[in-house]
Design a binder for this molecule. Sequence first.
Ligand code: CAA
Length: 257
Amino acid sequence: MGYETLLVETRGRVGLITLNRPQALNALNAAVMRDLHEALNAFDADKGVGAIVLTGSEKAFAAGADVKEMQALDFVEGYLGDFLGGWERVADARKPMIAAVSGYALGGGCELAMMCDLIIASETAKFGQPEITLGVIPGMGGSQRLTRAIGKAKAMDLILTGRMMDAAEAERSGLVSRVVAPDRLLEEALGAAEKIASFSLPAAMMAKEAVSRSLELTLAEGLRFERRLFQSLFATEDQKEGMGAFVAKRKAEFKNK
Ligand code: CAA
């Protein structure tokens, strides 16, 4: 399958998606969204893929929604077509997904990274929500996901001033889980994805689902949801294998991966 705006490949059990619009610093347009839907649908359906890495170029993960594409949009067109609504498909990916971010992750680029389950950043990464400088506000989740990720004070600072945050500040703030040297970024992200993909796929997918739901549910509902998922995993061969291997002091060989 050829994609207009992405490079898509598998490395072992990891699906690797590289945003590929270098002439526009990977600005996110309708073609990128359409291609990402297709790639994610294919990886979600592929039993040989246990985790996904989404990355960009060294200079830019993505410099935001495509300003040239949207500048002439009017309200009725945007409202009736639910402009940007389709991007939520990325957050709905069922398999664990890592954003490997180098360079600019601005506006929709930052929001796309936040739709992934964790962000691994290069020391060169720069995160920001500069929409205010364009006369608008974040439209792909920035005001919601960034606030949940780094708290109100920092989110307000970034969204109201449009300033950028470097990788060290992003790590301190809890937006990214690891910061690595630029030449180690892909290796680190692929290594983490490979590790995730080596475990039982139902367990990894349910772990993702449980953590994701924690942002939406009350504590009591979330705890009940987690417990039901936990209990349901006792119906899998992999639970027997994982616990059996621990007791027998051998390495687990998960079947559902
Ligand atoms: N949309 C469209 N094109 C973009 C773009 C974007 N978001 N970001 C960069 N480009 C294009 C530039 O127009 C330029 O194209 P041309 O060569 O045809 O002029 C090319 O990519 C290279 O960019 P620059 O020459 O600007 O590169 P730079 O190194 O000087 O600056 C930058 C890099 C600071 C990231 C700068 O490009 C920039 O500020 N980009 C826009 C960032 C932004 O405002 N993003 C938010 C968009 S709105 C949004 O995302 C809404 C939402 O919530 C979904």
